[in-house]
Design a binder for this molecule. Structure first.
Ligand code: GGG
Length: 360
């Protein structure tokens, strides 16, 4: 009997509304080609327009609605100028990540064959690693406040929170992931010379867990040095684990060395599968190109592949990746961020056609 999966689709804002339909098109194509599962894609019109009408980014009971789905497929949030960025982020993305304990934000950094990245002499064999971002606390804990507003004594406090529970679980996930990969190497990124409490704490937990994984080679780097290393020695990286903010910043750099942020997918995972996990491109709503039909849908389509893999549909996930890689290698249908002149829909259709060819 065919397996059934219910997927909540939230295109969100800006280019999210353009790239997610292409992602859904590819999911329907792979469903047809593989033929032994059904994806029920149910769209929710939440985001900044919803906020402008209802004063909230999503309904009050959104998590209750979402908890019955197998996974969530998200586009992007952000409508600067109309809704402050912190309202969009704290109104949709972060409540889902935190509420569903999606404590791993998995972000593969891979330069696909056929693409020339910006790094001289670094090809696909050099740029192939994965970042694990702690996704529930750290610098994104939301602890703080403002006092004495409107006076010269105004104060803003924002406190990072690191708990043993959350640090341990994300580092353990990273060791398990590294153990499954061929290089078996895990790099922890902190800034423990400056953050003498929180990040020394992170380093200590990393060392404690390393003792349980003698088969995994470990390294520790400060985030500034790691930023340079992404550029100078990406081939030395395998699995990289870092706090919420540090990994967010590093993975935008990762997107750049992948050739474009339009090539960078992410999975927000609840590894225990108690709650739905959420898959998204790592980019935002890109207001500068929204509505022009030129956004690269590949990151979203690749996020769809991560979602299929998480659902246990490995063959389908692999075929989607093959469709993406063949399209990039042919080099005929590429969006402007990759030096081409194709539109969002053309790229989505090209990847679907590659998938149909694979299935024929
Ligand atoms: N694809 C979801 C999205 O809109 N991401 C942009 C963004 O600002 N994300 C913030 C974050 O991941 O911390």
């Amino acid at each position: 009997m065919a397996k059934e999966y219910r997927i909540a689709v939230i295109p969100g804002d800006g280019i999210g509304k353009e790239v997610v339909p292409e992602g859904c098109k590819v999911l329907k194509a792979i469903e047809q080609v593989v033929g032994d599962f059904h994806l029920h894609l149910e769209e929710h019109p939440w985001g900044s327009e919803y906020y402008l009408k209802h004063g909230r980014m999503m309904p009050r009971d959104a998590l209750k609605i979402l908890e019955d789905y197998d996974t969530i497929y998200l586009g992007a949030v952000g409508m600067p100028g109309m809704v402050p960025d912190h309202v969009t982020l704290w109104g949709l993305l972060l409540p889902i990540r935190k509420g569903f304990e999606q404590y791993v934000n998995l972000r593969p950094i891979r330069l696909l064959p056929g693409l020339v990245g910006p790094l001289r002499n670094k090809g696909p064999e050099d740029i192939d690693f994965v970042c694990v971002r702690e996704n529930t606390e750290g610098e994104y804990s939301g602890v703080g406040g403002r006092v004495h507003g409107g006076t010269p004594y105004e104060v803003a406090l924002q406190t990072s929170v690191f708990t043993r529970h959350a640090v341990e679980r994300v580092i353990r996930f990273s060791f398990e992931l590294a153990r499954k990969r061929s290089k078996k190497k895990l790099t922890s990124v902190t800034k423990s010379n400056a953050f003498q409490y929180s990040m020394v704490f992170w380093d200590e937990i990393f060392s404690e867990l390393a003792a349980e994984y003698p088969d995994v080679q470990t390294q520790k780097w400060h985030v500034d040095a790691m930023a340079a290393r992404f550029i100078t020695h990406p081939e030395t990286l395998d699995v990289v684990v870092a706090s919420n903010l540090f990994a967010d910043i590093l993975t935008d750099l990762g997107g750049a060395i992948q050739g474009s942020l339009g090539m960078s997918p992410g999975g927000n995972l609840n590894p225990e599968r108690r709650w739905p996990s959420m898959f998204e491109p790592i980019h935002g709503s890109a207001p500068d190109i929204a509505g022009k039909g030129i956004a690269n849908p590949t990151a979203t389509i690749w996020a769809g592949s991560l979602m299929l893999e998480f659902l246990g549909e490995e063959r389908a996930a692999q075929m989607v990746m093959e469709g993406i890689i063949s399209t990039v290698m042919e080099g005929k249908v590429l969006t402007p961020d990759l030096g081409g002149s194709a539109g969002t829909v053309e790229v989505g259709e090209a990847i679907c056609n590659q998938i149909y060819d694979l299935g024929s």
